[in-house]
Ligand binder design. Sequence first.
Ligand SMILES: Nc1ncnc2c1ncn2[C@@H]1O[C@H](COP(=O)(O)OP(=O)(O)O)[C@@H](O)[C@H]1O
Ligand SMILES: [Mg+2]
Length: 219
Amino acid sequence: MMIKLEGITKSFGSLQVLKGIDLEINKGEIVSIVGPSGAGKTTLLQIMGTLDEPDAGVVQIDGTVVSRMKEKELSAFRNKNIGFVFQFHQLLPEFTALENVMIPALIAGVSSKEAHERAVKILDFMGLVDRASHKPNELSGGEKQRVAVARALINDPAVILADEPSGSLDTHNKEDLHQLFFDLRDRLGQTFVIVTHDEGLAKITDRTVHMVDGMIKKD
Ligand SMILES: Nc1ncnc2c1ncn2[C@@H]1O[C@H](COP(=O)(O)OP(=O)(O)O)[C@@H](O)[C@H]1O
Ligand SMILES: [Mg+2]
Protein backbone atom coordinates (compact mmCIF):
# COMPACT_ATOMS: atom_id res chain seq x y z
CA MET A 1 0.00 0.00 0.00
CA MET A 2 1.50 3.31 -1.07
CA ILE A 3 -1.14 5.55 0.44
CA LYS A 4 -3.76 4.77 3.02
CA LEU A 5 -6.29 7.33 4.22
CA GLU A 6 -8.71 6.48 7.00
CA GLY A 7 -11.59 8.60 8.23
CA ILE A 8 -10.23 11.90 6.96
CA THR A 9 -12.32 14.93 7.87
CA LYS A 10 -11.54 18.60 7.32
CA SER A 11 -13.45 21.82 7.92
CA PHE A 12 -12.68 25.41 7.10
CA GLY A 13 -14.61 27.37 9.71
CA SER A 14 -18.16 26.06 9.67
CA LEU A 15 -17.77 24.51 6.21
CA GLN A 16 -17.04 20.78 6.33
CA VAL A 17 -15.06 20.12 3.15
CA LEU A 18 -14.11 16.46 3.75
CA LYS A 19 -16.66 14.25 5.46
CA GLY A 20 -14.86 11.01 6.20
CA ILE A 21 -12.62 9.83 3.39
CA ASP A 22 -11.20 6.29 3.24
CA LEU A 23 -8.89 5.57 0.32
CA GLU A 24 -6.10 3.13 -0.47
CA ILE A 25 -3.71 3.45 -3.36
CA ASN A 26 -1.32 0.70 -4.41
CA LYS A 27 2.19 1.02 -5.72
CA GLY A 28 2.32 1.60 -9.46
CA GLU A 29 -1.33 2.62 -9.67
CA ILE A 30 -2.49 5.67 -11.58
CA VAL A 31 -5.60 6.93 -9.84
CA SER A 32 -7.65 9.88 -11.02
CA ILE A 33 -9.85 11.94 -8.73
CA VAL A 34 -12.78 13.65 -10.42
CA GLY A 35 -15.78 15.63 -9.26
CA PRO A 36 -17.38 19.05 -9.42
CA SER A 37 -15.56 22.19 -8.41
CA GLY A 38 -15.70 22.63 -4.64
CA ALA A 39 -16.06 18.88 -3.97
CA GLY A 40 -12.87 18.89 -1.88
CA LYS A 41 -10.42 17.33 -4.37
CA THR A 42 -7.61 19.82 -3.84
CA THR A 43 -8.05 19.73 -0.08
CA LEU A 44 -7.82 15.94 -0.15
CA LEU A 45 -4.70 16.02 -2.31
CA GLN A 46 -3.06 18.58 -0.02
CA ILE A 47 -3.77 16.38 3.00
CA MET A 48 -2.47 13.32 1.13
CA GLY A 49 0.66 15.33 0.37
CA THR A 50 1.12 16.44 4.00
CA LEU A 51 0.78 20.09 2.96
CA ASP A 52 -2.33 20.34 5.10
CA GLU A 53 -3.50 18.49 8.20
CA PRO A 54 -6.83 16.73 8.59
CA ASP A 55 -9.05 17.48 11.60
CA ALA A 56 -9.39 13.73 12.16
CA GLY A 57 -8.21 10.55 10.51
CA VAL A 58 -4.95 8.87 9.62
CA VAL A 59 -2.68 9.48 6.65
CA GLN A 60 -0.19 6.73 5.92
CA ILE A 61 2.38 7.02 3.14
CA ASP A 62 4.51 4.04 2.21
CA GLY A 63 4.00 2.59 5.68
CA THR A 64 4.67 5.79 7.63
CA VAL A 65 1.93 7.49 9.64
CA VAL A 66 2.64 11.12 8.87
CA SER A 67 0.28 12.66 11.41
CA ARG A 68 2.72 11.90 14.23
CA MET A 69 5.62 13.78 12.66
CA LYS A 70 6.99 17.13 13.75
CA GLU A 71 7.14 19.87 11.11
CA LYS A 72 10.87 19.62 10.43
CA GLU A 73 10.80 15.84 10.08
CA LEU A 74 7.65 16.14 7.99
CA SER A 75 9.14 18.58 5.48
CA ALA A 76 12.12 16.25 4.98
CA PHE A 77 9.74 13.31 4.56
CA ARG A 78 7.64 15.27 2.06
CA ASN A 79 10.65 16.34 0.02
CA LYS A 80 11.88 12.75 -0.20
CA ASN A 81 8.61 10.89 -0.68
CA ILE A 82 6.10 13.10 -2.42
CA GLY A 83 6.39 14.79 -5.78
CA PHE A 84 3.94 17.55 -6.64
CA VAL A 85 2.75 18.77 -10.02
CA PHE A 86 0.34 21.70 -10.10
CA GLN A 87 -1.81 23.23 -12.83
CA PHE A 88 0.73 25.98 -13.33
CA HIS A 89 4.27 24.67 -13.40
CA GLN A 90 5.58 26.76 -10.47
CA LEU A 91 9.12 26.57 -11.78
CA LEU A 92 11.47 29.22 -10.44
CA PRO A 93 11.85 31.80 -13.23
CA GLU A 94 15.47 32.75 -12.54
CA PHE A 95 16.75 29.17 -12.78
CA THR A 96 17.23 26.95 -15.83
CA ALA A 97 15.18 23.81 -16.42
CA LEU A 98 18.10 21.71 -15.21
CA GLU A 99 18.54 23.77 -12.03
CA ASN A 100 14.82 23.66 -11.31
CA VAL A 101 14.89 19.88 -11.54
CA MET A 102 17.99 19.68 -9.30
CA ILE A 103 16.59 21.81 -6.46
CA PRO A 104 14.60 19.16 -4.52
CA ALA A 105 17.66 16.86 -4.61
CA LEU A 106 19.90 19.64 -3.29
CA ILE A 107 17.38 20.32 -0.53
CA ALA A 108 17.52 16.61 0.33
CA GLY A 109 21.29 16.91 0.82
CA VAL A 110 22.36 15.19 -2.39
CA SER A 111 25.70 16.48 -3.75
CA SER A 112 25.44 18.92 -6.64
CA LYS A 113 27.35 16.47 -8.84
CA GLU A 114 24.87 13.70 -8.21
CA ALA A 115 21.86 16.05 -8.41
CA HIS A 116 23.17 17.22 -11.78
CA GLU A 117 23.58 13.66 -13.03
CA ARG A 118 20.11 12.65 -11.89
CA ALA A 119 18.52 15.73 -13.44
CA VAL A 120 20.21 15.16 -16.79
CA LYS A 121 19.10 11.54 -16.76
CA ILE A 122 15.46 12.43 -16.10
CA LEU A 123 15.40 15.26 -18.64
CA ASP A 124 16.94 12.88 -21.15
CA PHE A 125 14.26 10.28 -20.43
CA MET A 126 11.67 12.96 -21.21
CA GLY A 127 13.37 14.11 -24.38
CA LEU A 128 14.06 17.50 -22.81
CA VAL A 129 17.82 17.39 -22.49
CA ASP A 130 18.28 20.01 -25.21
CA ARG A 131 16.09 22.33 -23.15
CA ALA A 132 18.15 21.89 -19.97
CA SER A 133 19.82 25.30 -20.06
CA HIS A 134 16.64 27.21 -20.90
CA LYS A 135 14.78 29.25 -18.34
CA PRO A 136 11.02 28.71 -17.91
CA ASN A 137 10.09 31.73 -20.04
CA GLU A 138 12.00 30.14 -22.94
CA LEU A 139 9.99 26.91 -22.73
CA SER A 140 6.55 26.08 -24.15
CA GLY A 141 3.66 25.33 -21.80
CA GLY A 142 3.99 21.62 -22.45
CA GLU A 143 7.73 21.67 -21.84
CA LYS A 144 7.28 23.57 -18.59
CA GLN A 145 4.84 20.96 -17.29
CA ARG A 146 7.19 18.15 -18.27
CA VAL A 147 10.06 19.91 -16.47
CA ALA A 148 7.75 20.17 -13.45
CA VAL A 149 7.20 16.41 -13.66
CA ALA A 150 10.98 15.89 -13.86
CA ARG A 151 11.39 18.02 -10.74
CA ALA A 152 8.72 15.95 -8.97
CA LEU A 153 10.61 12.77 -9.85
CA ILE A 154 14.15 13.66 -8.84
CA ASN A 155 14.07 12.22 -5.33
CA ASP A 156 12.41 9.02 -6.55
CA PRO A 157 9.23 9.73 -4.56
CA ALA A 158 6.77 7.14 -3.31
CA VAL A 159 4.01 8.99 -5.12
CA ILE A 160 3.42 11.92 -7.44
CA LEU A 161 0.38 14.03 -6.65
CA ALA A 162 -0.89 16.16 -9.48
CA ASP A 163 -3.65 18.78 -9.26
CA GLU A 164 -5.13 19.42 -12.71
CA PRO A 165 -1.68 19.08 -14.30
CA SER A 166 -2.97 19.38 -17.86
CA GLY A 167 -5.55 22.04 -17.04
CA SER A 168 -3.63 24.80 -18.79
CA LEU A 169 -2.45 22.78 -21.83
CA ASP A 170 -3.82 22.45 -25.35
CA THR A 171 -5.02 19.06 -26.58
CA HIS A 172 -1.73 17.97 -28.09
CA ASN A 173 0.40 18.84 -25.04
CA LYS A 174 -2.26 17.41 -22.77
CA GLU A 175 -2.06 14.03 -24.45
CA ASP A 176 1.75 14.10 -24.35
CA LEU A 177 1.72 14.81 -20.63
CA HIS A 178 -0.79 12.03 -19.93
CA GLN A 179 1.30 9.61 -22.00
CA LEU A 180 4.32 10.61 -19.91
CA PHE A 181 2.52 9.56 -16.71
CA PHE A 182 1.88 6.11 -18.15
CA ASP A 183 5.46 5.79 -19.44
CA LEU A 184 6.78 6.65 -15.98
CA ARG A 185 4.49 4.10 -14.41
CA ASP A 186 5.46 1.40 -16.90
CA ARG A 187 9.19 2.07 -16.77
CA LEU A 188 9.69 3.14 -13.14
CA GLY A 189 6.64 1.73 -11.36
CA GLN A 190 5.77 5.29 -10.37
CA THR A 191 2.51 5.79 -8.46
CA PHE A 192 0.28 8.75 -9.41
CA VAL A 193 -2.76 10.41 -7.93
CA ILE A 194 -4.16 12.94 -10.37
CA VAL A 195 -7.01 15.37 -9.82
CA THR A 196 -8.43 16.09 -13.24
CA HIS A 197 -11.37 17.49 -15.16
CA ASP A 198 -10.16 15.71 -18.26
CA GLU A 199 -12.55 12.89 -19.07
CA GLY A 200 -10.12 11.39 -21.56
CA LEU A 201 -7.52 10.99 -18.82
CA ALA A 202 -10.01 9.74 -16.22
CA LYS A 203 -11.10 7.03 -18.67
CA ILE A 204 -7.61 5.59 -19.12
CA THR A 205 -6.41 5.67 -15.49
CA ASP A 206 -6.44 2.42 -13.51
CA ARG A 207 -9.10 3.74 -11.15
CA THR A 208 -11.29 6.80 -10.97
CA VAL A 209 -12.39 8.12 -7.61
CA HIS A 210 -15.53 10.25 -7.85
CA MET A 211 -15.84 12.93 -5.18
CA VAL A 212 -19.04 14.77 -4.44
CA ASP A 213 -19.55 17.19 -1.58
CA GLY A 214 -16.63 16.00 0.54
CA MET A 215 -17.31 12.31 0.12
CA ILE A 216 -16.20 9.52 -2.20
CA LYS A 217 -19.28 8.60 -4.14
CA LYS A 218 -17.85 5.92 -6.35
CA ASP A 219 -14.43 4.26 -6.60
N1 LIG B 1 -7.98 27.42 2.92
C1 LIG B 1 -9.31 27.45 2.78
N2 LIG B 1 -10.06 28.24 3.57
C2 LIG B 1 -11.40 28.27 3.46
N3 LIG B 1 -12.11 27.52 2.57
C3 LIG B 1 -11.41 26.71 1.76
C4 LIG B 1 -9.99 26.64 1.81
N4 LIG B 1 -9.59 25.73 0.87
C5 LIG B 1 -10.71 25.29 0.28
N5 LIG B 1 -11.81 25.87 0.79
C6 LIG B 1 -13.20 25.60 0.40
O1 LIG B 1 -13.39 24.20 0.48
C7 LIG B 1 -14.20 23.73 -0.57
C8 LIG B 1 -13.45 22.65 -1.35
O2 LIG B 1 -12.35 23.23 -2.01
P1 LIG B 1 -11.32 22.41 -2.88
O3 LIG B 1 -10.75 21.32 -2.05
O4 LIG B 1 -10.39 23.38 -3.46
O5 LIG B 1 -12.28 21.77 -3.97
P2 LIG B 1 -11.99 21.27 -5.46
O6 LIG B 1 -10.51 21.12 -5.63
O7 LIG B 1 -12.74 19.97 -5.55
O8 LIG B 1 -12.58 22.30 -6.37
C9 LIG B 1 -14.56 24.95 -1.40
O9 LIG B 1 -15.84 25.39 -0.98
C10 LIG B 1 -13.49 25.94 -1.03
O10 LIG B 1 -13.96 27.25 -1.18
MG1 LIG C 1 -9.16 21.99 -6.94
